[in-house]
Ligand binder design. Structure first.
Ligand SMILES: [Zn+2]
Length: 215
């Protein structure tokens, strides 16, 4: 169960307002090996990047861009403002990497992780998918190599992501090594132990695609 609301955001480019969906509560739930969040109750919301529905400008939402929270007594202008498009697909994320839209490693990690998870959507929908375009494969590999390098090792979920990246790159031994390291760090009964066990098995089978692990 997720609680959500709408923020009123002013676009820093055209200065017109739009509504932005924001999840304010509920538990994230991971079902896939790349830790893509699927069941917050609501499948969208909380992107740190917005596309203005009026001028299409794409920007990082800063606190000063938010004018307030939409309520029953909000002015008509707020209530009738268009909603921001938050369904960015792989090609949008790829574009944001190539621009690039990031100015520091934290922003870069965020965009590269989203890009990878959106690339993996192809395989969630069709497990035997093969991109028509070889440049997609090369781009994805380059993206996750860089993500591996800049992703901090904390929290523990990040270490799992690092193991998963090595598995996707076909570096089986490296993947197993990270799994072992992470397992040592986790308390008994930690939910990530289930994921480690599955990722280790997949690495031994030399399987390199995203898979459901918690369902
Ligand atoms: Zn705009």
């Amino acid at each position: 169960m997720a609680l959500s609301t709408f923020h009123i955001v002013a676009c820093p480019n055209c200065h017109q307002i739009h509504q932005k969906h924001v999840v304010i509560g509920g538990f994230p739930s991971y079902e896939w090996s790349d830790l893509w969040i699927t069941s917050r109750g609501i499948p969208y919301g909380n992107l740190k990047i917005n596309a203005c529905p009026r001028c299409k400008h794409i920007f990082w939402v800063q606190p000063e861009d938010t004018l307030g929270i939409l309520g029953n007594d909000s002015p008509l202008e707020w209530q009738e403002a268009p909603e921001a498009d938050e369904f960015f697909d792989f090609s949008v994320w790829k574009h944001l990497v190539e621009l690039p839209l990031f100015e520091n490693e934290e922003q870069e990690c965020y965009i590269r992780l989203q890009t990878w998870q959106n690339y993996n959507h192809f395989f969630r929908e069709n497990i035997s998918y093969t991109p028509d375009d070889d440049t997609f494969i090369a781009f994805n590999q380059q993206n996750i190599r860089r993500l591996y390098k800049i992703l901090p090792s904390q929290p523990e979920e990040n270490l799992l992501l690092k193991a998963e990246i090595q598995r996707h790159l076909g570096n089986w031994e490296e993947c197993l090594k990270i799994c072992k390291k992470l397992e040592k760090q986790l308390k008994n009964g930690h939910y990530l132990r289930v994921a480690i066990r599955k990722i280790r098995k997949l690495a031994r089978e030399q399987h390199s695609k995203v898979v459901p692990i918690f369902s």
